[in-house]
Design a protein around this ligand. Structure first.
Ligand code: ADP
Ligand code: MG
Length: 343
């Protein structure tokens, strides 16, 4: 589709707004971005002895967020958190983020629209500062169809050959999760039930609106050689543990009684709470495995760590994931992660 002249002006104004919002970051990353926003390419300088990790994640209006329900700051925070959580899962350190944005024309032109984008950028910028992640470039375009599309690209670095993968777990390893589970699902259900825009603020504990990517834990797991495998819980424990089991060719037994429930999930009836913990997505906690001889601390980088189960050799007959209840009864857990607003 042809770009109108006023559309192009809107894009240029937006890039200027982005450049002002994301002013150059604090000391730690100054070395990794040799050239940021403003030229045809950004130039990055990976630390000596490191390799580059890359991840991209879409945040699509009405699929990952809703303009009528989510504060724009939350949409911006969550967009970046998705990418940072992928870096955390592999123990990488963020080097730079890139943002490709397609916006409906009213967001580029009207005052109300510009307010949405400035709040979106401020939500993203606060999280970027917290984890010293400079926004080093992107692309901006008018979207067709009236919807917001944002694609975040995260570039990270890790010592060569040391990144945590899904495939490194062995039979006999113990399974751990960071933080608590089910909170994002419980908060999202409450939001959908209320049908009104939330006033959640980044300063509170809001696992759905403002998830905290576990970068400190991921890098400590790598640095201290604590984990054999790791994955972030973006789609829900049942689905993400299935990925880890498949990649590592193991099966898992998890203990229902010890699953750490977020307080918002713990308020639900017990079966709904368990469902939120197993299948509610977007908690952005880390799931990792460790050898039985490894002393895994009760908390890492200020985040509580809970041992939730054990890995075993795969056999044809046993399910990939079994849940052990308080009476010792085993039931199969099928991957049933949350499908955003698909339902
Ligand atoms: P080009 O046409 O050469 O691709 P653009 O006009 O698209 O350049 O972008 C100019 C500069 O602004 C580039 O450095 C680009 O990375 C940056 N930029 C454009 N859109 C965004 C965005 N949404 N977020 C961050 N940087 C952006
Ligand atoms: Mg461009």
């Amino acid at each position: 589709m042809m770009r109108t002249r006023s559309g192009k002006l809107g894009e240029l104004a937006l890039i200027e707004q982005i450049r002002r919002t994301f002013s150059p970051p604090a000391a730690a990353n100054r070395g990794s971005v040799a050239l940021g926003i403003g030229d045809d390419c950004a130039i990055l300088r990976p630390p000596r002895g490191s390799e580059i990790l890359v991840t991209t994640d879409f945040s699509l209006e009405n699929r990952h967020f809703r303009r009528d329900l989510h504060p724009a700051v939350s949409a911006g925070h969550r967009c970046l958190a998705r990418g940072l959580s992928d870096l955390a899962a592999m123990g990488a350190k963020p080097m730079a983020a890139f943002l490709s944005l397609a916006l409906p024309s009213e967001l580029l032109k009207s005052a109300k629209g510009r307010r949405w984008t400035s709040e979106f950028f401020s939500g993203m910028d606060s999280l970027a500062r917290q984890y010293d992640t400079p926004l080093a470039g992107g692309d901006t375009s008018e979207s067709s169809g009236g919807l917001i599309l944002a694609d975040i690209i995260l570039i990270g670095s890790a010592p060569i050959g040391r990144s945590l993968r899904r495939s490194g777990a062995c039979p006999g390893n113990f399974l751990y999760v960071t933080g608590s589970l089910g909170g994002a699902d419980a908060e999202l259900k409450a939001l959908l039930h209320s049908g009104r825009r939330s006033r959640a603020k980044a300063s509170g504990d809001h696992p759905h609106f403002f998830p905290q990517p576990r970068l400190g834990v991921g890098s400590a797991l790598l640095r201290r050689r604590l984990a054999t495998a790791a994955i972030d819980l973006s789609d829900g424990l049942s689905t993400d543990l299935t990925h880890l089991c498949r990649a590592s060719q193991v099966r898992a037994e998890i203990d229902a009684a010890v699953l750490p429930l977020h307080p918002l999930a713990a308020q639900l009836p017990p079966d709904e709470a368990l469902h939120a913990a197993l299948n509610g997505g977007e908690d952005y906690e880390l799931l990792f495995s460790a050898r039985p001889g490894t002393r895994v601390p009760a908390s890492i980088a200020g985040v509580p760590i809970t041992r939730i189960g054990t890995l075993h050799p795969q056999t044809g007959r046993r399910p990939l994931i079994s849940l052990c209840d308080s009476d010792g009864k085993m039931t199969e857990v099928k991957p049933a992660g949350w499908e955003h607003f698909n339902s």
